[in-house]
Design a protein around this ligand. Sequence first.
Ligand SMILES: [Mn+2]
Length: 399
Amino acid sequence: MSTFRLLHTSDVHLDTSFSGSGFSTSQGQALRAHIRRTFLGIIELALKEDVQALLIAGDLYEADRVTPDTVKFLDSQFRRLGERPVVIAPGNHDPCTPTSPYRQHDWPANVRIFHSDEPACFDLGLAQVHGLAHLHADERRNLMQRLRAASGPALQLALLHASDTRFDFAAKQRYAPFHPDDLAGRGFHYIALGHYHRCYRVDAPLGGGTALLGVAAVDAAQSMSAAWYCGCPQARGFDEPEDCSCLLVTLHDEGSAPRVEVRQQPTGGKRFLSGELDCTSHDHSAALIAAIRAWIMERQAGDDAVRLRLTGEQSPTLRLELHGILEQCRDAAFALKLVNTLRPAYDLEALAEEDSLRGAFVRTLRERLAGAEDEERPLIERALQFGLDAFADRELVIP
Ligand SMILES: [Mn+2]
């Protein structure tokens, strides 16, 4: 019995621009450096685990921003792998255009890049890797349907940047769309996918099993191949997963039915954490600052990017100068964003006395509250709050 071990990554997005996403120039530089460190960690993992191949399923870098410095960096990292093959299937962010580094740079001999949108195959001895490339940034054809395994004794792998149309992650564009049904009968033992930044198995039944993590034993003799998105190794914004990974895949060749073992390896390390902080009890800014710091400390998020939504009722004595508060929390996290959705606390007694439309509104709703059933009360209380916010010209935040 022979085994084949590979490391599957994708969507590294080296040279990402963070301008326009609310980060400063220096934070953007630090994030780009962190993405590089993450990639370095993947190379080190490949060496430590002594894998027989590194598969990269596209979006390795951002084509419109990639620098010669980054190309040299990649070259040097790939060289560290010696004779271990690196196989790359270009995606929509790093398409294989005539001027792309994939075509222009003289890569080390262990690097194999799919250059065409016609299927090709790299022979790695025990395994064969089938794949093809995005040739531009807007591929809308079904590329999966072009791939088919070869017959013969070698393990059959596929490598592709493509969109599972069953899911619509944050309205991500559906480049190279395919349906999981398209996987049936292609004959692959493992399909390494890129594009979606979340780690999941495509061919698992919908429901609880879809987002499974950890170790999964897959019987590839079943009707469909084991097809996985490995997820991005390092998040780049608050819309991306908090836990990032690559996949360590071991195929045990047991004759007609290879067994596929998939292990998720945590990578990255800089999280983008979102949360809420109820500020109702904080009646002065120093108390709020202490609460923000405590929130970050509890989650050990000092090196992370944190986005906190301030919720609840704003005490009349709390002076909410967001820039001042941010300034005093600057050292608490790598980056901090505050989203203010606090509602002012209204003095209903005083408002009910007003000889105005607002006074009449408050009197009417308080009468309704007095005669309301229990289940009706929260609705009327919200109506009162929204109405008063509207009178105060406040932006309405409807949770
Ligand atoms: Mn992509």
